[in-house]
Design a protein around this ligand. Structure first.
Ligand code: CAA
Length: 380
């Protein structure tokens, strides 16, 4: 794909930012399990927290409020620090909800906040509602001018001790109607009755907050409803379509990083009297890693272009998320093999990439769910 001049500039800027600001601290972010707030502020300064936010709400007004630009930025960030890329990917999904479904006042409040570096979260998953999102049981009972939320959400990205300023919660406003009785409601971090529970200890993406959220008699004004009452499930599904392109971009960045690390290692590491890059067995690994990654990139950009053109893109979003995420797991596994024992050690970034990649075929819909979505779209 040929990028426009603005897209190339944005990609270059994101790459420079990632190498300059994230590369030196990516291992610390992983070890210390937090992304320094200054990093988020710096990202806000260059427009990454407002990737899809129009200028009128404080966005950078890049050529850029497109899905293609989102892919370019997220993949560049993920090359250096997948945790940071994840924060931006999920946050961009939340921006998208306000952009598509928010009223003017909500756009002014939350998109401007996003542009200034506040971070949004999206709460759909519950202990008994993972792949089956329709089983969500958190209630938002209408009461006068308010909704009263009760229930709990789990594995929620972008909310925890370090991150998260507001969260879009999918809750039942009319339980009899199942998915047709769910609404999207924004809850600010310090709202009474809303507490952030356990921050999960994770295999990878350790820098990013992923937590349990608890709502107990949590009262918010009805003006916090996003879109129409009982339309929340569709809002969530649409948001996930766009979000899955962001996750696929994250996977691309991890694959790119693993390939780059492997090329460097294959040039340096000498065994049997020559650099291991001369060994055909490892060359074939590398060729497959690069070929699969480029195929994934083509699919991710096709999905992004379809979304930007206003075409239906549910199927392509699921295809690219499925393929790019499985590719990242495969590529990092092979890269680790190329690195041998060194790849297993924390001194090399490969083990982090391998751990970071492993979540991507799971969150924002498992690979199995993506295949369900793809098949349903084909059979329509
Ligand atoms: N766009 C718009 N509307 C959609 C839609 C889409 N892509 N997909 C479904 N809908 C609508 C349907 O048209 C239907 O509407 P009607 O009631 O008017 O007919 C309604 O939503 C219900 O759809 P389904 O009958 O297809 O629902 P289902 O119960 O069979 O579930 C599913 C579909 C695809 C399996 C869905 O449950 C799903 O995507 N599950 C995975 C959940 C997921 O991805 N969770 C990730 C959590 S977020 C996360 O991980 C973020 C993070 O922190 C990193």
């Amino acid at each position: 794909m040929h990028f426009s001049r603005e897209e190339k500039m944005l990609q270059k800027m994101a790459g420079e930012f990632a190498r300059g600001e994230l590369r030196p601290i990516a291992a610390d972010i992983d070890r210390e399990e937090r992304i320094p707030r200054e990093v988020i502020q710096k990202m806000a300064g260059v427009g990454f927290t407002a990737l899809n936010v129009p200028k009128e709400y404080g966005g950078p007004g890049l050529a850029g409020i497109s899905n293609v630009c989102k892919v370019l930025v997220i993949s560049e960030l993920a090359r250096e620090c997948a945790s940071t890329a994840e924060v931006i990917a999920v946050h961009t999904l939340v921006n998208d909800i306000f952009l598509k479904h928010g009223n003017e006042a909500q756009k002014r409040k939350y998109l401007s906040a996003a542009a200034a570096g506040k971070i949004g979260a999206f709460a759909l998953t519950e202990a008994n509602a993972g792949s089956d999102a329709s089983a969500a049981a958190t209630r938002a009972v209408p009461d006068g001018d308010d909704y009263v939320l009760d229930g709990s959400k789990c594995f929620i990205s972008n909310m925890g001790p370090n991150e998260g300023d507001y969260v879009v919660v999918i809750a039942l406003t009319d339980p009899k109607r199942g998915t047709r009785g769910m609404s999207a409601i924004v809850v600010d971090r310090n709202t009474p009755g809303f507490t952030i529970g356990k921050r999960e200890e994770k295999m990878g993406l350790r820098g990013a907050d992923i937590s349990e959220l608890i709502f107990e008699n949590c009262r918010v004004p009805k003006s916090n409803l996003i879109g129409r009452e009982n339309e929340g499930f569709k809002i969530a599904m649409q948001a996930l379509d766009g979000g899955r392109i962001g996750m696929a971009a994250q996977a691309l960045g991890i694959s790119d990083a693993a390939i780059a690390a492997s090329i460097e290692y294959m040039g340096q590491r000498v065994q049997f009297g020559k650099p291991i890059g001369k060994l055909q067995g490892l060359q074939w690994y590398l060729a497959d890693m690069a070929t699969r990654t480029e195929a994934a990139r083509a699919l991710v950009l096709e999905a992004a272009e379809a979304a930007d053109a206003g075409e239906p893109f549910t199927k392509l979003a699921s295809m690219c998320k499925y393929f790019a995420s499985e590719t990242a797991v495969w590529v990092t596994n092979k890269a680790l093999q190329i690195h041998g024992g060194y790849g297993y050690m924390r001194d090399y970034p490969l083990e982090r990439m391998y751990r970071d990649a492993r979540i991507v075929p799971i969150y924002e819909g498992t690979s199995e769910i993506q295949k369900v979505v793809i098949a349903r779209e084909l059979l329509k």
